[in-house]
Design a protein. Structure first.
Length: 189
């Protein structure tokens, strides 16, 4: 069944770009986008999206959106947004992310918990690269610079790594990386 995606973004250029990326995928159905936050609540109720892809600067409290529990809310980031503002989102898509990363992030964010535990446990190459650098003691900013991605993308990958491994601490993730032979001897600090 296709996941219904509602894009909430005032920029027509960004909205059309996202629609183009997502409409090429058989797993997504893009609903008519919302550019005005005043109409958002009624659109959520009327269209009942599976995924709400929203610019976090448009809402003060994502937790107060109608139907928040029944949909996946993904932050669409292309300018500075504080960590506190992003903590209530299920995932983060950075405007600089590749087509594949955007699709993967949305697919993982909406994955059924039972299927995610079995079929999505495997870390992607990018998640593995983030994990290795994290285990080497690098900060999110250093990892972002090293991999040529945004800090928000690194944070999103870290959330995915935590979800897939069930490990929340950096020390635990370092042990995980060592046990899975992801670090060579010289990389350990």
């Amino acid at each position: 069944m296709k996941k219904r995606v509602l894009i909430v973004e005032p920029s027509e250029v960004i909205t059309e770009g996202l629609k183009s990326i997502l409409e090429d995928q058989i797993r997504f159905k893009v609903l008519d986008p919302v550019a005005d936050v005043d109409k958002l609540a009624e659109r959520i109720i009327a269209s009942r999206p599976d995924i709400l892809l929203i610019n976090p600067t448009m809402v003060d409290n994502v937790m107060q959106l109608p139907g928040k529990q029944e949909m996946t809310v993904v932050a669409l980031v292309y300018q500075y947004v504080s960590r506190d503002a992003l903590k209530n989102y299920d995932a983060i898509v950075d405007i600089c992310d590749s087509r594949a990363t955007i699709i993967e992030t949305l697919a993982q964010a909406t994955a059924d918990e039972s299927s995610a535990a079995h079929s999505n446990y495997e870390l992607t190459k990018r998640e593995t690269a983030v994990l290795v650098e994290l285990a080497q003691g690098k900060t999110n900013k250093e990892i972002a610079d090293s991999l040529n991605v945004s800090v928000h993308t690194v944070i999103s990958h870290r959330k995915n790594i935590t979800h897939k491994t069930g490990i929340k601490s950096v020390a635990g993730l370092t042990v995980y990386a060592m046990l899975n032979n992801l670090l060579d001897e010289s990389a350990i600090i």
